[in-house]
Design a protein around this ligand. Structure first.
Ligand code: SF4
Ligand code: SF4
Length: 89
């Protein structure tokens, strides 16, 4: 895999209609050697536990995109093709 020659961070798009239960899946989080991804709760109710099994209750996000090396491991491991990475020209 050729690493793109650029100093700019890539755009990392996550299709949330495909990635519905990221807290249960976590495949991209576990495989990324640069720890680019994170998961946060979306539907938070006071004094109530957020159920990770409910679709949409948690959302995957990308944090430090500048750390991405373009290895594409996250794209290859995702079972639903929810991740798209685009490098600036
Ligand atoms: S392409 Fe590699 S470094 Fe970049 S977010 Fe995916 S797994 Fe992490
Ligand atoms: S591997 Fe795909 S489905 Fe699983 S948490 Fe990551 S983006 Fe979502």
């Amino acid at each position: 895999m050729e690493i793109p020659v650029t100093h700019k961070a890539p755009s990392i798009e996550i299709d949330h209609s495909k990635c519905t239960v990221p807290f249960l899946c976590k495949k991209c989080l576990l495989i990324c050697p640069q720890v680019v991804f994170g998961v946060h709760a979306v539907n938070v109710e006071r004094l109530k536990e957020t159920d990770p099994r409910v679709p949409g209750s948690y959302q995957l996000g990308s944090g430090p995109r500048f750390k991405c090396t373009g290895c594409n491991d996250c794209i290859n491991v995702c079972p639903v093709d929810a991740i798209t990475i685009t490098w600036p020209g």
